[in-house]
Each structure stands twice: as structure tokens, then as C-alpha cells.
Design a binder for this molecule. Sequence first.
Ligand code: GRF
Length: 191
Amino acid sequence: MSKIKLAILASGSGSNAEAIMKWAATSDLAEVVCVGCNKKAAMVISRAEIFNIPKFTVLKRKKETRESFDERMTKSLSEYKPDWIILAGYMRLLTEDFLKHFKYQVINIHPSLLPMFPGLDGYGDAFKAGVLESGCTVHYVDAGLDSGEIIDQCKFPLIPGESFEDFKRRGLAIENKFYPEVLEKFFKGFV
Ligand code: GRF
């Protein structure tokens, strides 16, 4: 049986991208066919090189519309014929045309228990709000801000007295384990 082709999109460090590449490297189910990035010199690019995964960068042009940017991103991604687009710290909203092109088969991980704390700084907003419990959410992506249907969530308590940096580091490590686990279950049809 042929493997499900995943394209990863990321903007930064890429620890989740790396966790997915590591999982896919030994998976019978899925393979990562490319890593696309929208930032120059993002660490995710060197992580893709280590795994020998084709990578490319699409940089936003001055005054370029979201539609035009996403059209160029769609073109670059399409060369690899992905079945699913996996966002891993990709810091852009996607246009309806992009989503439609990929049959709405786009998944993301967000660092909060959605629908609480959508947006750029899920851990920061939760920490500031003084929550007792936080978590991360794997969800379908729609054109809104972290508003797509939820696939699975992982909850974890805050540790009394823990610094924000430690809390965030702990959260990211949990995401790195959780995201590939959810993808594995998702593609097997268990979630
Ligand atoms: C993660 O917290 C993810 O949930 C959010 O952005 C961060 C990306 O981290 N969307 P990394 O680039 O995967 O290390």
C-alpha cells in the first residue's frame, strides 16, 4: 500500500516538524514529502536537511496579498503532490483557495485547549490568565484563527511556582510527543 504523503509547513524552530519527520521515518503509514517555510534561515530548514527531506522557502513580497502568497505556496507544495498539509508552527492564516486546493486536508497543532486562547501566544495568554490547566490541540484548519474542528487535545496541569519559560518548554515537549501520536491515530482512523 502506498504511504500517505504529508507536506509540513513551518515558520520557525520546527521542533514539531522534527518530531513528525522522526515518526514518519519509521512509519508504514505516512511519509513526509517536503517541508515548506515562509521565513529566511528558519531552523526548521536545517532540521529537514538532517532527515533528507526536500525543503523550500516562499518569502512574502512587499505589499503582496495573502491570495497571491498562498497561490505561490500552493504551486510549490503541489510539486510534491501531498495528500495532507501538516502545519507545525506555521504563522500565517490560510486562504480559502489554498484550503480548497488541498481539499481541506490541512491539520495544525495549537498551544492551548481550544477554543480557549486562540492566536499567536496560546501559552502566554493561558499563563497570564492564571489557569490551573493548559494543553495543546490538534485540529483541522479553516480560514479562521485556530477555529477549525478539533481532532484531539492533551491536557496538563500547571505546576505551582513554575516560571513561564519552564511551562512553555514543558508544553512544547508534550506537543512534540502528542502531535505524531495523534497523526498516527488519525491516519489509522482512530480519532
Ligand atoms: C508550537 O507551540 C505550536 O503549537 C505553535 O507554534 C509552536 C511551534 O514550535 N503553533 P516549533 O516550531 O514546532 O518548535
